[in-house]
Write a protein that binds this ligand. Structure first.
Ligand code: VTB
Ligand code: MG
Ligand code: MG
Length: 332
């Protein structure tokens, strides 16, 4: 019997790009791992930034950094507006070359390197302010939690939707004085609180993973980190809302200027932060809930990464073995 099917079309698409991106976060993680536990967070960050910047040179995109290391005059590399990539489709890039610089410097869990990509114009341009965030995982009723609802209501709704007692609900938040009320109310409602010293991108993603024992991430953290978290949450079909928090009108005006025509105080849905087709990659620097950290061995180093695409919803954990003898760079 003859095969009447059309020959398959193989299109070079963002499927390939997703796997290219992992090299970028791997490179940043390998570079910063030299500084793990050395108490020098700026050196760790600098190493990650430089390695990530160089790794982008091999990625086939015409990329523009929209979430980066800061303004052009304050960041030498991966600054907002910087062009990266070897040429190709126009993409916007969000990076945090070392998310949790303190965690790396102190060799504490959950330091990761992070990159997200979207077609041009699809990321919120977040200034360096705080964002109030709330995140839950997939397969829950739409609107099961809401930034504008009381934390007690959110916890009660979430427990009901997950069909478990509120006593087994774990809320994760940054250990900061500004979260005192959130923490007290959560405990009073009967739920548990997992406190983080830093690293709320990993925590937001953990809230979306079944095996993490975190049911909800809430509280305020960096707005750029909020956009990166949103990209990841899109890929795993979790729910997230955010709101930029301003200390003064100068900050508010800046947000307005960065996102013309948009109300800077509005409640942000997932698609307001990361729309369209999104790619995400993160590599562990120190071991944490989400990823294992870099293992440095005499002949090679082992990386553990998470790569995801919103279009397919495929989540890949990739273990890389990097052989020192064939690398152009030398391990330190
Ligand atoms: C937040 C959080 C990050 O730093 O930006 C935090 O989103 C800074 O908040 O994950 P504080 O000003 O309260 O320290 C991280 O924890 C690490 O970059
Ligand atoms: Mg950073
Ligand atoms: Mg950060």
């Amino acid at each position: 019997m003859s095969d009447t099917r059309e020959p398959k079309q193989f299109v070079v698409s963002d499927r390939n790009l997703a796997l290219e991106l992992v090299r970028v976060t791997e490179a940043a993680a390998l570079a910063s791992s030299h500084w793990t536990g050395r108490g020098k967070k700026n050196d760790a960050d600098g190493a990650a930034v430089e390695a990530m910047r160089i790794a982008f040179d091999t990625v086939a995109i015409d990329g523009t950094v929209v979430i980066g290391e800061g303004e052009m005059d304050e960041a030498p590399m991966l600054y907002i507006g910087e062009k990266v990539g070897a040429g190709g489709p126009a993409m916007d890039i969000a990076v945090d070359p070392l998310e949790g610089t303190n965690l790396c410097a102190k060799d504490m869990p959950n330091a990761i390197t992070v990159v997200a990509l979207a077609e041009k114009g699809n990321f919120l341009h977040a200034p360096d302010v705080y964002m109030d965030k709330i995140v839950v995982g997939p397969n829950l009723p739409d609107g099961v939690v809401d930034l504008e609802a009381s934390i007690e209501n959110n916890l009660r709704n979430l427990a009901r939707a997950k069909n478990k007692p509120i006593e087994d609900i774990v809320l994760c938040t940054l250990d900061r004085e500004r979260h005192e009320e959130l923490i007290t109310k959560t405990r009073e409602a009967g739920a548990r609180v997992r406190l983080l010293s830093d690293g709320d991108v990993a925590a937001a993603i953990a809230a979306c993973m079944d095996n993490s024992q975190v049911d909800i991430y809430a509280g305020s953290g960096g707005a750029p980190e909020g956009v990166l978290a949103a990209a990841a949450v899109r890929c795993v079909e979790g729910q997230m809302q955010g709101r930029l928090l301003f200390e003064d009108d100068t900050q508010r005006e800046r947000a307005q200027k960065m996102n013309p025509g948009k109300d800077p105080d509005r409640k942000l849905g997932l698609h307001d932060m990361a729309a369209g087709s999104v790619l995400f990659s993160a590599t562990g620097v120190t071991s944490g809930t989400l990823l294992r950290g870099i293992r440095r061995l005499p002949t090679h180093a082992v990386t553990h990464s998470l790569v995801m695409r919103s279009k397919s919803g495929t989540v890949r954990f990739i273990e890389g073995h990097h052989n020192f003898s064939t690398k152009t760079w030398t391990p330190q």
